[in-house]
Design a protein around this ligand. Structure first.
Ligand code: NAD
Ligand code: UGA
Length: 442
């Protein structure tokens, strides 16, 4: 089956490469000339483990191509996936759907035959119907089938998530059973490796599929926020969050995942999707409370952690050097969107602390987003040179290799703020460091 994917970002590139391995012939279209040039020259423009190898493999097989020209890409395909961004609209919590609707207009303008149009971007309820309206009204001569196929991959684990998903959600147009049946048949064929031995495809209505995506992200964001609040309580009472979440997580109704405390959830999706869901709910006249509180609690957490770090520094603060290890919102990605570092570090910098930064993948993305005078190091160890404090904000595995003996030689001070819980305290304490971890008294 020939398909086109519009948008060559994290979702478009991973989905395109994985669907090519499933047997589809895929053309990825991106309008960003720099991104397109990179893709054409065989360079994967994002850091995602395993994606380079998959691209090389599928490009060699001739199943994965790139184009800046939507018209040519649409000419031969049976289905087109919309995988463009849906960021927060400036000045409101709404999802900015202008990229999605612009693509719908372009498809209407350039399609030469009937097509299945699938929304993979995360979009509020009603967007699929609006895409359908745009297509219908602009091209009454053609038949368009629509479907919603929200994506649940996680950055850093994206290929495995796509190839071995818990479920593939497919929303069909139940107001038009014939069209729904066509979409169901095409998408079942496209995802056929995920239908045996266990069928991972879950079909539902268009609106339900759109909402499922937001509900899942908001629930996970709430779970992380709950773990963060319990971590604070553990610190205040002498309990240990690792023991508490282990005990909670053994109950299958709760489950062990997404209970690791950290500096607040970040990334390109939890923050924007919780905002969009809360805004949609208000607009629908059924305002949420849990989600609004989750958003506020997550924002407050980042500010509180900055205040806590400052309170741990002896005065005068401007003489203190903090080595910050990890800038991205989590490990195994170069994505800096809504990373907690973007809230915490400017607050420390503004208070006068001197920062030395290192991240194995995110430094190029971080530079334009952080105060310009903060220096970056070329290795984790070099970032700790002369530092009073080492602060872990992202759980990159390579940081685990740093030892108290190494840092005793490079650092001036002896304070470790391990806000991702990557190290075991004893070794640091035995080497004379004061060691802080979230969710446990020192
Ligand atoms: P992204 O910003 O990385 O990529 C979007 C790409 O679309 C960009 O390369 C941009 O140039 C391109 N684009 C925009 N308008 C275009 C147009 N008219 N024609 C062609 N290309 C166009 O976005 P992303 O992170 O891949 O997210 C895409 C969608 O998927 C969002 O709705 C997001 O919420 C959702 N999602 C993202 C993830 C994730 O982990 N990043 C996971 C699940 C769902
Ligand atoms: C998240 C969802 O997990 C995906 O299913 C979804 O497809 C995606 O959003 C999306 O819609 O874009 P992602 O943002 O890549 O994926 O990252 P997660 O692994 O979910 O982490 C999100 C944030 O929560 C990170 O800042 C992470 O550090 C934090 N987190 C996560 C914790 O602090 N503790 C945890 O136990 C888990």
């Amino acid at each position: 089956m020939k398909i086109a994917i519009i948008g060559g970002g994290y979702v478009g590139l991973v989905s395109g490469a994985c669907l090519a391995t499933f047997g589809a012939s895929v053309t990825i279209v991106d309008r960003d000339p720099t991104r397109f040039a990179q893709l054409q020259s065989g360079h994967v423009p994002i850091y995602e483990p395993g994606l380079d190898a998959l691209f090389t493999q599928e490009a060699k097989r001739g199943t994965l191509r790139f184009s800046a020209d939507m018209e040519t890409a649409l000419a031969e395909c049976e289905a087109v996936f919309i995988a463009v961004g849906t960021p927060t609209r400036r000045g409101s919590g709404h999802a900015d759907l202008s990229y999605v609707y612009a693509v719908a207009h372009d498809i209407a303008k350039m399609a030469s035959h009937s097509l299945l149009v699938v929304t993979k971007s995360t979009v509020p309820v009603g967007t699929g119907r609006e895409v359908s309206r745009i297509l219908r009204e602009n091209r009454p001569d053609l038949t368009f089938h629509i479907a919603s196929n929200p994506e649940f991959l996680r950055e850093g684990n994206a290929i495995d998530d796509f190839m071995r998903p818990d479920r593939v959600i497919i929303g069909l147009d139940q107001q038009s059973p014939d069209k729904g049946a066509h979409a169901r048949a095409l998408l079942t064929e496209l995802y056929h490796p995920l239908t045996t031995p266990h069928n991972r495809l879950t079909f539902m209505g268009l609106e339900s599929a759109e909402l499922t995506k937001y509900a899942a992200n908001a629930f996970l964001a709430m779970k992380v926020t709950f773990a963060n609040e319990m971590a604070d309580l553990c610190e205040a009472t002498g309990a240990d969050i690792r023991e508490v979440t282990h005990g909670m997580g053994q109950d299958p109704r709760i489950g062990p995942d997404f209970l690791t405390p950290g500096p607040g959830y970040g990334g390109s999706c939890f923050p924007k999707d919780t905002r969009a869901l809360a805004t949609s709910a208000r607009k629908a006249g059924t305002p949420t409370q849990l989600i609004d509180i989750t958003i506020a609690a997550n924002e407050a957490r980042k500010q509180r952690l900055a205040d806590r770090i400052l309170s741990l520094l002896d005065h005068p603060i401007h003489t203190k050097i903090i080595a910050v290890l990890g800038l991205t919102f989590k490990a195994h990605t170069d994505d800096m969107r809504d990373a907690p570092a973007l809230s915490i570090l400017p607050a420390l910098h503004e208070a006068g602390a001197r920062l030395q930064l290192f991240d194995p993948q995110g430094m190029d993305q971080a530079r334009p987003l952080l105060p310009q005078d903060i220096p970056y190091a070329d290795s984790a160890l070099n970032a700790t040179e002369g530092a009073d404090v080492v602060l872990i904000l992202t759980e990159w595995p390579l940081f685990k290799d740093l030892t108290p003996q190494q840092l005793s030689r490079t650092m001036k001070g002896r304070l470790v703020l391990d806000y991702r819980g990557i190290w075991e305290p004893t070794a640091w304490q035995e080497a004379g460091f004061t060691y802080h971890r979230l969710g446990r008294k020192n």
